[in-house]
Design a protein around this ligand. Structure first.
Ligand SMILES: Cc1cc2nc3c(=O)[nH]c(=O)nc-3n(C[C@H](O)[C@H](O)[C@H](O)COP(=O)(O)OP(=O)(O)OC[C@H]3O[C@@H](n4cnc5c(N)ncnc54)[C@H](O)[C@@H]3O)c2cc1C
Ligand SMILES: NC(=O)c1ccc[n+]([C@@H]2O[C@H](COP(=O)([O-])OP(=O)(O)OC[C@H]3O[C@@H](n4cnc5c(N)ncnc54)[C@H](O)[C@@H]3O)[C@@H](O)[C@H]2O)c1
Length: 435
């Protein structure tokens, strides 16, 4: 008998396992694929290791003929080799870390039994509480030729970068991988089924980001509904509902992700869920009192990001053992689409008493110094002169947004900000001008 059994060893499940494991409690964690979950094996880490090379090339190219001469080219094999060396060992390290800390590790697909226990292969395990942290997997398109569609996982495993790569869907997965493919020499097309805009981001700044990707040479096609994909001698032919065709060497479907709930036998324990995830209350408790859920697998309005899963893991780690249960209280959550140019947003941009200020940052010293091709910011300030939201596009948007997140979360107004000194010239030394 365990105290806690966690299903899924991604950032959420792992955060919870370590938080609950104090030597006295018996904690088990179950994984049916790679220890560490999506982020280190198929998501954040490998994509950002690859992106670092794309960013470095752009940084140099932005200063070309301003003291830098010569041609640069990226080599996919080298980029992939870097990824293999940095992120592939993480799986083994994660498993070793769990075993060293005394957490029981079980390998296999977990599902609930009709008596409310957990089954893995032919063994049944019992616990006081069960926590579902099974994440998501790429959504598959139900079209003719769906067997020819590849996913982000397949992209990361490519041995060669094909000459022509097409992405279906213009969300974060496609927009990041499209930049990597394009920088390594592929002709890249991104197909959006509706108008080209990035959900959850400010429309105007999102458009600046997309225009920059277009200026770099990525081709976007909007309002295209794909009806079939066929194999031809030269590659694959994508046909849309109007009969237009596109020839390509590789098709990646980046059309969202679905919750890993189907193998869990949730009906047996009466836990509600659909493709968007497991239904939980503000304590991350499901309709079954012994079963909780966290991370990407839950149906929620918060973004599907590693630090959110980790936050939920740490929240449950405290709440499950506390006599004074508190509902989860999410802080502001930054979202970033990475690339040589990055798009980043945090907090709220509209609401009562909120003023939105726009800044063209390209002439600011921080950005002029590195000659960023685009640098813009919108900041939302409330009546109390506190920053409550921001959206920005530039090569350093990921760093700026985290600093703005701290100002928002800590409600630091200009008076308090002015009591601090930031190193200059850095993105931090610009912050006072945004109030
Ligand atoms: C291409 C890509 C890039 C990304 N980039 C970023 C980024 O830059 N920054 C960021 O914050 N987020 C990023 N994300 C999102 C991030 O990876 C996820 O938000 C994060 O991994 C979610 O953690 P989790 O623990 O909730 O789920 P997961 O990491 O998905 O872990 C769930 C685990 O449960 C296992 N599992 C599923 N079903 C069962 C079962 N029945 N039995 C046993 N085990 C099971 C799965 O194999 C998996 O290992 C990216 C995602 C993708 C796909
Ligand atoms: N930097 C990051 O933090 C990062 C990077 C990559 C992925 N992620 C996470 O991974 C998750 C999945 O990303 P994603 O890009 O797969 O999903 P997404 O939901 O961000 O985007 C999917 C896109 O596909 C489009 N789409 C859906 N059906 C389509 C169709 N039939 N034809 C064409 N387009 C279609 C949608 O309109 C949407 O624009 C996200 O939740 C995201 O949070 C995060």
């Amino acid at each position: 008998m365990f105290d806690y059994i966690i299903i899924g060893a991604g950032p959420g499940g792992l955060g919870l396992a370590y938080s609950l494991n104090n030597g006295k409690r018996k904690v088990a964690i179950i994984e049916n694929d790679k220890w560490g979950g999506t982020c280190p094996n198929y998501g954040c880490d490998p994509t950002k290791v690859m992106m670092a090379v794309v960013e470095a090339k752009a940084r140099v190219e932005n200063l070309k003929n301003q003291g830098i001469t010569g041609e640069l080219s990226l080599d996919w094999k080298g980029i992939r080799g870097r990824k293999l060396a940095i992120t592939d060992p993480l799986e083994e390290k994660t498993l070793a870390g769990l075993q060293k800390s005394g957490i029981t590790t079980l390998y296999g697909t977990a599902s609930f039994t009709t008596t409310g226990e957990i089954q893995v292969a032919d063994k049944v395990y019992k616990a006081r509480n069960y926590i579902i942290a099974t994440g998501t997997r790429p959504r598959q398109l139900d079209i003719v030729g769906k067997e020819f569609l590849k996913t982000s996982n397949d992209f990361l495993a490519l041995e060669e970068m094909p000459r022509k790569v097409t992405f279906i869907g213009a969300g974060s997965v496609s927009l990041e991988l499209a930049q990597i493919a394009h920088a390594t020499g592929a002709e890249v097309t991104v197909i959006a089924s509706g108008d080209l805009e990035i959900g959850h981001f400010d429309k105007e700044i999102g458009e600046v980001f997309l225009n920059q990707l277009k200026a770099e040479g990525i081709v976007f096609k909007e309002n295209i509904n794909i009806s079939k994909v066929e194999k031809s001698i030269d590659g694959f032919v994508i046909t849309d509902k109007n009969g237009h065709q596109l020839l390509t060497d590789l098709v990646i479907a980046g059309v969202g992700r679905v919750a890993n709930v189907d193998l869990l036998n949730l009906e047996a324990v009466g836990v509600g869920a659909d493709q968007s995830g497991v239904f939980v209350d503000e304590y991350l408790q499901t309709s079954h009192p012994q079963i909780y859920a966290l991370g990407d697998v839950i149906s929620k309005k918060q973004g599907h990001f590693t630090p959110v899963s980790d936050f939920e893991g740490r929240y449950l780690g405290e709440n499950l053992v506390s006599t004074d249960r508190q509902p989860i209280d999410y802080p502001v959550i930054p979202a970033v689409i990475f690339g040589a140019t990055k798009l980043a947003q945090v907090g709220q941009l509209e609401g009562e008493g909120i003023k939105l200020k726009s800044f063209d940052l390209s002439s600011w010293y921080t950005y002029k110094r590195i000659n960023d091709p685009v640098a813009k910011m919108k900041v939302a300030v409330n009546d109390a002169n506190e920053i409550v939201g921001a959206v920005t596009v530039s090569s350093v948007a990921d760093e700026v947004i985290n600093l703005l997140m701290i100002l928002i979360q800590q409600k630091i107004n200009l008076l308090e900000f002015d009591k601090m000194i930031s190193a200059y010239p850095t993105v931090a030394s610009d912050l006072g001008y945004f109030y």
